[in-house]
Design a protein around this ligand. Structure first.
Ligand code: TIU
Length: 226
C-alpha cells in the first residue's frame, strides 16, 4: 500500500504494520486527571476522538494489529522516579487521589483508555511508566514476534508521548507514520512544530498523512491481510 504522505510516499503492508494508539486515557482527555492537574485545558484533546475512532474501526476491519498504550504507574509508585512525581507545582501529583481515582495509577478509573477507543480482546495493551512506548515495556519483543516493521501513530500528546514514542521507534528501525488529525496537544503551536520537525529533513523521524488518506488506502487494499 502506498500513501501520498509527507514529505514523500509511505509504503507499507498491513501484515507488517501496527497501529499504535498513544495514551488516549481519561487521565489526559477528561477533566480531573493528570493532564488537567498540570494546568492544561483538556477539552482541546477531545476533538480528535471521532477521527481516531474511524481509523481504529477501519484498521480492525482490515485485520491489522492494534497496540494501545497507557501512561501509568504501579500503585506503590515503584516505577515512578521521584524526579517525575516531584516535578513542578501540579494541583495533584502522580498517586494522589483525584476525582477519577489516583492520578496516573494503573487500574484507577482515570487511567483507563476512553470508552470510544477501548481495547478489544487480542489487541496489545502496554502500560508504560515513561513518555516513550518502548522504555521499560515489552513492546520491542512483541513487535518482533509479530514481524512488524512499520508503525502508524495516533494519540496524545503530540510533542510529549507521541513524539517520544515515534523517536524511540525510529531509532529501533521502524518506518513511522503519524496521522496528523489523530494527534493533539494542549498547545496547538507545539503540535504544529512537532509534526513539522518529524517529517522535515527527508522524514528524519517519520512521515505524516491524514486519517482520510489511510482509510481510503485500507478500503482499496485487499492483499495485506494478516
Ligand atoms: N503533559 C503532556 O503533554 N503529556 C503527558 O504528560 N503525557 C502524554 O503525552 N501521554
Amino acid at each position: 500500500m502506498k500513501l501520498d504522505a509527507a514529505p514523500f510516499p509511505y509504503d507499507f503492508t498491513l501484515a507488517h504494520t501496527a497501529l499504535v494508539i498513544i495514551d488516549m486515557q481519561r487521565d489526559f482527555v477528561e477533566p480531573g486527571g493528570f493532564g488537567e492537574s498540570l494546568g492544561n485545558d483538556v477539552s482541546l484533546l477531545q476533538a480528535i476522538v471521532p477521527a481516531c475512532q474511524r481509523v481504529l474501526h477501519a484498521w480492525r476491519a482490515a485485520g491489522g494489529l492494534v497496540v494501545h498504550t497507557r501512561e501509568s504507574h504501579r500503585p506503590d509508585l515503584s516505577d515512578c522516579p521521584p524526579a517525575k512525581r516531584d516535578r513542578g507545582n501540579p494541583s495533584l501529583r502522580i498517586g494522589d487521589p483525584g476525582p477519577m481515582g489516583r492520578i496516573l495509577v494503573a487500574g484507577e478509573p482515570g487511567n483507563q483508555i476512553i470508552p470510544e477507543l477501548a481495547p478489544q480482546p487480542g489487541e496489545i495493551v502496554i502500560d508504560k511508566p515513561g513518555k516513550g512506548a518502548f522504555y521499560a515495556t515489552p513492546l520491542s519483543g512483541l513487535l518482533r514476534d509479530a514481524k512488524v516493521t512499520h508503525l502508524v501513530f495516533m494519540g496524545v500528546t503530540t510533542e510529549v508521548c507521541v513524539q517520544t514514542s515515534m523517536r524511540e521507534a525510529n531509532d529501533r528501525g521502524y518506518d513511522c507514520l503519524l496521522l496528523e488529525d489523530c494527534t493533539e496537544s494542549y498547545f496547538p503551536h507545539f503540535k504544529a512544530s512537532a509534526v513539522e520537525m518529524m517529517r522535515a529533513q527527508g522524514a528524519i523521524v517519520g512521515w505524516t498523512a491524514t486519517s482520510e488518506q489511510l482509510i481510503a488506502a485500507l478500503a482499496t487494499d485487499v492483499t495485506g491481510q494478516r
